[in-house]
Design a protein around this ligand. Structure first.
Ligand code: AR6
Length: 231
């Protein structure tokens, strides 16, 4: 397997296969490989068609609020392509706000293969889910349910049957799940964001007053869910 992920902003170079990001600190080089890490996709900005400028403002805002309350834990926004517009908007806005790039950075790769292919260890990953918490449907939801296997489906059903937009549910992953054994993922957090796609349920018909509120709630629930695991 060839490493495909790369740390943007943080290290400024491609990581070698199996390599963890190492950063300089006041005390010298410190490996962050054991720091609890949440990898999350940009909620609602693909299939759910939420505006990218507005979403990037909300992501950076919420990250700024939470990142220093999480001890040594890290937050990582992930997308599939180096051309990702949401990653580049968020990177720019995060650096304008002087957010610590060791604690928050962007990463290009498949969220289900961050360790095996990207060399980045994330113990928790977030899913942009649908309200029924059903597998399939495309996007990151299909990828995570497929990679998580039957074990993820069963574990999800034990936690919740459905989820309203703006909410998140933490699912501990059984060690039988391929995401656990291959990637070292111990928890999946399903998040349902606001939907602006008329072809999907609960469409907000471009009501961005409501939409922004729901997306803010979604990230708050996600980061609080992660904090509850880290503590
Ligand atoms: N790894 C990392 N990022 C990904 C991956 C992946 N494997 N796949 C997609 N992304 P989306 P939404 C990025 O559409 O807009 C589903 O059908 C993608 O580029 O997955 O919240 C559900 O069932 C984008 O930046 O989620 C819901 O019905 C981000 O993940 C609905 O879509 C989110 O894109 C949710 O739509």
């Amino acid at each position: 397997l060839k490493g495909t992920g790369s740390l943007s902003e943080n290290a400024g170079r491609e990581l070698k296969e199996g390599e963890e990001p190492v950063v300089g600190s006041a005390g010298g080089d410190v490996s962050l490989k054991d720091a609890p890490t949440l990898a999350f996709p940009s909620i609602s900005t693909a299939d759910f068609q939420f505006d990218l400028e507005k979403a990037s403002d909300i992501i950076v805002d919420k990250v700024a609020k939470f990142v220093n309350k999480l001890g040594n834990a890290r937050l990582v926004l992930v997308d599939l392509s180096h051309k990702s517009k949401i990653l580049s908007l968020v990177r720019t806005k995060a650096s304008e706000k002087n957010i610590d790039s060791n604690k928050f950075f962007t990463f290009v790769g498949d969220i289900t293969r961050l360790h095996s292919e990207g060399g980045l260890h994330c113990n928790v990953i977030a899913n942009a889910a649908n309200w029924r918490l059903k597998p399939g449907g495309g996007g990151v939801n299909a990828a995570i349910f497929s990679a998580g296997g039957q074990a993820l489906e069963v574990a999800t059903k034990e936690q919740a049957k459905s989820l309203l937009p703006g909410n998140a549910v933490v699912v501990p992953l059984p060690s039988t799940s391929p995401l656990f054994c291959r990637e070292g993922v111990t928890h999946v957090i399903h998040v349902v964001g606001p939907n602006m796609n008329p072809q999907r349920p609960n469409c907000l018909n471009n009501d961005y007053i409501k939409g922004c509120k729901v997306l803010q709630e979604a990230y708050t629930s996600l980061f609080e869910g992660f904090a509850s695991i880290v503590r």
